[in-house]
Design a protein around this ligand. Structure first.
Ligand code: NAD
Length: 342
């Protein structure tokens, strides 16, 4: 058992996901941010200074470059790794697997993100489904934004009504708002490698689930939208049974076309209206009036805010790996309260 009152955390890669993880850790009373890293002296390095996150440079040879630009730096990634219990690797896709040996050498635990393969840690994490398996582990991977969104609605459905088979069509945002690739496309780009990897990724967390997926990228930065068809084994399930089940779950919220919410852009506007930090919406958003059971087949639409839905999962994953809280539901409640997901 790791005996820590407050887990000491590093975030390697203070980008889209990393800065959100760092801010979320800062809101917890059982973990603290010891430092974050950047590779280049960009705007986000200055932001780390401005927000008071101790900044470390991934490559020690570049420290002087940061200092010459007036950016305060505490040391290198290797220095940071000597001061922490766990590092949340938020570096770009594929980089985490390369970093793993650094973490092993430093003897620190690590959480990887969905851009890495399942094999990087052999434990793919979602707080509903794999909290217990992550307890005390050295390495885990928080699954991607799409996979997180799919598991949030499918996991309770499977527990309660048993799923025979699922098909999901994933309409993917072309890029994150701060990126320029993809979003400039005036086109729809189907993923030609079918079925897509998303279904396989869901199975890293729900191994028995018969799921297949297809995907297409569209020119928007506002969320992913999933069109889901699920055949249920349990007979006689109604639309209202499904909605009541999801209504009891944390991290699932409803919107309704009847109330004028018909697009992902409008959901992002709600997040801003609610005063959510950065306009983030970390819950999975289901269209209540786009959910329908016909015989044993359930149809529904949901939207996923790609930049934020994995953030609460990272916090729960830390709590489980650091053996701070044994009970998944207590951790989820604590995380959600701290992040204002109520
Ligand atoms: P990003 O490009 O926004 O941020 C990556 C950060 O890592 C940047 O600050 C960059 O400077 C830094 N970096 C680059 N190389 C580095 C290195 N060698 N060492 C240390 N830092 C380095 O990327 P992101 O969107 O935050 O993605 C990070 C991970 O999260 C990826 O695995 C991605 O697949 C996953 N993810 C992304 C999203 C999303 O929509 N953006 C959603 C869920 C999961």
């Amino acid at each position: 058992m790791v005996n820590v009152m407050v887990a000491r955390i590093a975030v390697n890669g203070f980008g889209t996901i990393g800065k959100r993880v760092a801010r979320a850790v800062r809101l917890q009373d059982d973990m603290e941010i010891v430092g974050v890293t950047k590779t280049r002296p960009t705007y986000e390095a200055r932001l780390a200074n401005r927000e008071g996150f101790p900044l470390y440079v991934a490559d020690s040879a570049k420290i002087s470059e940061f200092r010459e630009q007036g950016i305060q730096v505490e040391g290198s990634l290797s220095d940071l790794l000597t001061k922490v219990d766990l590092v949340v690797d938020c570096t770009p896709e594929g980089r985490g697997a390369e970093n793993k040996k650094l973490y092993e050498e430093a003897g620190v635990k690590a959480i990887f993100q969905g851009g890495e393969e399942h094999e990087v840690s052999n434990l793919s994490f979602n707080a509903f489904a794999s909290y217990d398996q992550a307890y005390g582990r050295k390495f885990a991977r928080v699954v991607s934004c799409n996979t997180t969104g799919l598991i949030r609605t499918l996991y309770p459905l499977d527990r309660m009504f048993r799923i025979e088979e699922v098909f999901a069509a994933i309409i993917r945002r072309g890029a994150d708002p701060a990126e320029s690739k993809g979003s400039a496309l005036n086109a729809v780009e189907p993923s030609l490698h079918v079925p897509t990897h998303h279904g396989l990724d869901v199975r890293t967390v729900m191994p028995g689930l018969k799921i297949s997926t297809m995907a297409a990228k569209v020119p928007t930065t506002n969320m992913h939208v999933h069109c889901i068809y699920a055949r249920l084994k349990k007979q006689g399930v109604t639309t209202s049974d499904v909605l009541s089940l999801w209504d009891q779950m944390p991290r699932i919220k409803f919107v309704s076309g009847k109330h004028g919410i018909r697009t992902s852009g409008q959901i992002m506007e709600i997040a801003r209206d609610l005063g959510r930090h950065g306009g983030d919406f970390a819950e999975t958003i289901v269209w209540e009036d786009g959910t329908h059971v016909d015989g044993s087949t359930l149809y529904y639409y949901q939207a996923v805010h790609q930049e934020s839905d994995v953030i609460p999962e990272n916090i729960d994953c830390i709590r489980s790996m650091m053996e701070i809280e044994k009970d998944a539901s207590k951790s989820i409640r604590k995380t959600d309260r701290s992040l204002g997901l109520v």
